[in-house]
Design a protein around this ligand. Sequence first.
Ligand SMILES: *[C@@H]1O[C@H](CO)[C@@H](O)[C@H](O)[C@H]1NC(C)=O
Length: 466
Amino acid sequence: MLGTGARMRKKSNPNGKIKTTCTRGLAFVAIVGFSWGLFILTRLAGPVLAPILREGSEDRNALDTLASVRPAKNDPSMWQWNEAPEDDRLYLVFSTDCSGYQNWQSLAVFFTADAVRQPGTIVRIASGCSEAEKKEVQMLYDTFPIRFQVHFTPNFKKDAKSGKSYDFYNKPYGLQHWLDSKAAPKHKDAIVALLDPDFLFMRPLTYKVKQDRVLYSPPVTDGDLIDEVREGHPVAQYYGIGSQWTKFKVEYIAGKDSPASKVSTSDASRYYSVGAPYIAHVKDMRKIAESWANFVPRVYEEYPHLLAEMYAYSIAAAHLELPHLRLDHYMVSNTQAAGEGWPFVDRLTDKYVCSAEAPDQGQEQPVFLHYCQFYRVEHWGFHKRRVATGLFTCESPLFVTPPEDLEDTHWKDNGEKKTMYSKQEAQRAAYMLCNVIRKLNGAAVKFKNLNCLAGSANYTQEIKIW
Ligand SMILES: *[C@@H]1O[C@H](CO)[C@@H](O)[C@H](O)[C@H]1NC(C)=O
């Protein structure tokens, strides 16, 4: 079924210039629904997944996931920086619920941030945790350096008007809840970067745009680059969500005379066709969070689909007349998409595509891997819904690591049929697969080293998804 979804997406974009990314890929997964996860895994994944299913299923909650963890030691030397964040202005936040599925992703964000020495404070906004879950999560995070934090909020998923559940309400409302809380940034010139939970760090995120290695595509030009994110000048990753929202009932959503109702389709695409990471001065982020939270139910009313929350963000930013500098290099997710950080990957010399070594000077990588598609090369694969929620436990084995020359294989096989890749697509898919697996293994090893009693942890490379 997942394979069918992938083919359908491809068919509906015959010109191959697919600009969007994750969210489109996610649509299918969202339809499948959470409770069907186990069913699908059992029915379709075949015997390869058996070891994972023994470890845990999709529906395990925080308690199940963390139950085996009793912090045995917290060795400060195991962290890149054990103390306060090196940058007291920068806050990186991401919104999650309290499922096991988002528990493991949150740990992967923390551990990969540490691995690249990401400055700043990193906050998981966790919505809808029970008291027992809060205790478990807090207990584990208390053993981490202080720059890794959790902020708990109520569950915001329910749509008041229709009674339906929309997962992504947690994002604007969770952000707003955090910004209104005592945990909000104290620095008056704080910079807030809103990430997604399915991000893995390849290199540190910085708000100093000009001195960073950047990518952008027309109509953005070199002259648009700013020294750093500051009040009135937010920056974000390009997503091909387009200008569709300009056709919505913008006056109903944002109010009569809202500047959002006057935005042209070309400006909508140039300044507001954006997504995570969103990076803004805290004052701007507060205003955006407020408008975003106000508008999102009315966007959902007209457009009850996955992207409602992203369009609501665009409308909020346009309403506040906060055009975003739209950049491409922050993440890679869809190997066929334009407007992502792929040009960096295309330029990597062979030996760095799948290797654990950092590239030479002069070679560059995207900031994040945004693992929200099905990645496949040969018989190797990765999909986030097929990862056992118990990945970060002492008992769970690690992923089998793909061979370092994986990019030389120009085909994939989903069990039903073999599909050929162009050289470029093979390199992109291999980069994604090798690095997601390598990063998750690295994070899992770090977790085990920190939390498991000597000799009790499972470091066997055994998990293989396809
Ligand atoms: C690691 O986990 C696998 C799968 O559950 C299991 O078969 C194996 O015995 C475990 N190895 C160790 C050393 O715990």
